[in-house]
Design a protein around this ligand. Structure first.
Ligand SMILES: [Zn+2]
Length: 575
């Protein structure tokens, strides 16, 4: 796995320990992990050891966490080529598919998994989709052309509902033949550590149906799985589900797996979980960490244990590659001002009010920067006319934070550096990166480049998440585009999770099968391996790259094969 060396140059503006006034992101060894929780102190260099210890204890650590030392490349990113190389190394041959994978997708957004599969050359048939937000729904309809789309996941279990594909008329669809894969990125707001309420001791992110008016789409997802019995499922959420629910209650993840009434393991499925899945492990400059659930129906010959092993092997191979620097996504840069968003047509009075508000917001941002000890010694705001916010069309508070951050990060410019700050957030929570990665995106994120003196356009951010340029968002407002990107999941990560599933779905992906798990590391090809598979494994590929289990506490490969019988009931992994 990753060296636990704290990465430089990605942080939040939080307080430093006394004695160190140095701005953390300028330090070559500042700790990101220790800087995670809003309002927590930021350790200086001398406190590294302590910081690491503390980071382990920090249950509410930032989901963008610790990436280890990153290597960067300026080469353009090609999602299809990148995935093909990873699958080749793993011995998973993506077939020139014949029959498309039948997919059902809930809380789909723009369906990164389907985009990832397309990049791999795996054809899909999107049977039914639910998406409540009109902007991604529209982009999804245009790009994927699903057979039906409903505006709420609640229609999924009934297999009928008002259909956006068919002009709002009531459509029904069959749950048979069963879907090959059900995908769902259920709503993460309740679980995310970006949600301030999540840091309150009294707050329990799990509200069982009937307990609160706030709908939790996890329960809907589970209900659909129960009713429609897909062969496999791949679910995605934030790593916040692995943080405690409060004293004695375990984590949301524990509940989602093991609860007797509502847990996924009470269904006819084996389920495994992989947490800490980061964009930076898929060659992309995204710090976000995600938790992926892999489920296999008991009637399938493959259990979730095998799926997890394959997925982790793919992640391990992928994680060895360099990360594409944000600058490599700026090609054909989109010139439109991505901050202006939907503001426009202001009256003279409103302009004057904006200027008054700017100066007040600036005062507050400066005070916050001092309070959080991120303001550099001798730091000085330039004259008004020379400030980077001049000429930027954005709300007054955002402009104030741009100007303050330009001083705070002023010394981070230099070769290989690209200071990016999410100025949508208040100074005490404001995340930044300077090394060529992007701070964890939210649906409101406004990523300002202090190098370019403008916002990074959502189109560029979409590229940096592996989404293709062919995904047309041009008919949406900039803030709608930002929402799509901030809500999304990273295409190659999603694709690798589904690839782990679809290696057992013959028409789409030829089974070079369990070569990943039946590696030579445990004393040669396992005797349980079918002859054809053994021959294939012995005749090709750099087996060594995948021969070690991705995690040191996994069982040796040969031993684990015996546990891959249908009906295995797997439990939560090491996520
Ligand atoms: Zn329809």
């Amino acid at each position: 796995m990753y060296a636990r060396t704290p990465p430089a140059a990605c942080s939040r503006s939080t307080k430093q320990r006394s004695g160190s006034k140095r701005f953390p992101a300028m330090s070559s060894s500042s700790s990101h992990a220790g800087a995670a929780s809003p309002g927590k102190r930021q350790p200086g260099d001398e406190d590294k050891k302590h910081a690491r210890k503390k980071a382990k204890k920090e249950v509410n650590a930032d989901e963008s966490g610790d990436d280890g030392d990153l290597r960067f490349t300026m080469e353009p990113f090609d999602c299809g080529k990148s995935l093909a190389a990873i699958l080749r190394t793993a011995g998973l041959d993506v077939a020139r598919g014949v029959a498309p994978l039948a997919v059902e997708s809930h809380c789909a957004g723009v369906d990164a998994p389907v985009l990832g599969l397309t990049a791999m050359g795996v054809p899909t048939r999107v049977v039914v989709v639910s998406e409540i937000d009109p902007a991604p729904a529209l982009a999804h309809l245009l790009h994927h052309q699903p057979e039906h789309m409903v505006p709420n996941i609640a229609y999924g279990k009934r297999c009928q509902g008002p259909c956006l594909k068919h002009g709002g008329k009531w459509c029904s669809w069959q749950s048979t033949p069963r879907r090959d894969v059900m995908l769902a990125s259920f709503v993460c707001t309740r679980y995310s550590t970006q949600n301030p309420a999540r840091h309150s001791k009294a707050y329990d992110p799990i509200q069982e149906p009937g307990q609160s008016n706030a709908a939790d789409t996890f329960f809907e997802v589970r209900h659909i799985i129960k009713e429609t019995q897909p062969r496999f499922f791949v679910l995605e959420n934030v790593d916040g589900i692995t943080r405690t629910r409060g004293k004695g209650k375990g984590t949301p993840l524990d509940f989602m797996l093991h609860d007797e009434t509502f847990g996924l393991l009470a269904l006819d499925y084996t389920v495994e979980v992989v947490s800490d899945c980061r964009g930076t492990r898929t060659h992309l400059p995204q710090r976000r960490a995600r938790t992926i659930f892999l489920g296999a129906h008991h009637s399938e010959k493959t259990s979730a244990v095998t799926l997890k092993k394959t997925f982790k092997a793919l992640l391990k191979i992928s994680g060895k590659g360099p990360v594409h620097h944000i600058d490599s996504f700026l090609r054909n840069a989109v010139s439109a001002d991505a901050g202006a968003s939907d503001i426009g047509g202001k009256s003279d009075v409103e302009h004057v009010q904006d200027e008054i508000d700017y100066h007040q917001a600036l005062k507050k941002a400066l005070q916050d920067a001092h309070n959080h000890e991120v303001w550099p010694d001798g730091g000085k705001l330039p004259a008004l006319s020379a400030r980077p916010s001049q000429g930027v069309s954005a709300p007054p508070g955002v402009r104030a934070r741009i100007d303050v951050m330009s001083v705070v990060l002023g010394k981070s410019l230099g070769e290989g550096k690209h200071p990016l700050a999410d100025v949508s957030q208040s100074m005490d929570r404001l995340p930044w990166c300077t090394d060529g990665t992007v701070p964890t995106l939210t649906t409101n994120s406004m990523i300002f480049s202090l190098k370019l003196g403008k916002f990074i356009h959502p189109k560029v951010l979409a590229r940096s998440m592996g989404l293709p340029d062919s995904l047309n968002m041009s008919f949406l407002t900039v803030s709608q585009q930002r929402k799509i990107v901030g809500n999304g999941y990273i295409a190659p990560l999603a694709a690798m999770a589904v690839a782990a599933v679809c290696k057992d779905l013959p028409p789409a992906v030829a089974a070079a099968a369990d070569r990943a798990s039946a590696s030579t590391s445990a004393g040669g090809i396992s005797q349980r391996q079918p002859p054809a598979e053994a021959a294939a494994a012995s005749s090709s590929r750099p087996a060594a790259s995948i021969s070690q289990p991705a995690s040191s506490h996994q069982r040796p490969a040969a031993a684990s094969r015996s546990s891959q019988l249908p009906g295995d009931r797997a439990h939560r992994g090491d996520g």
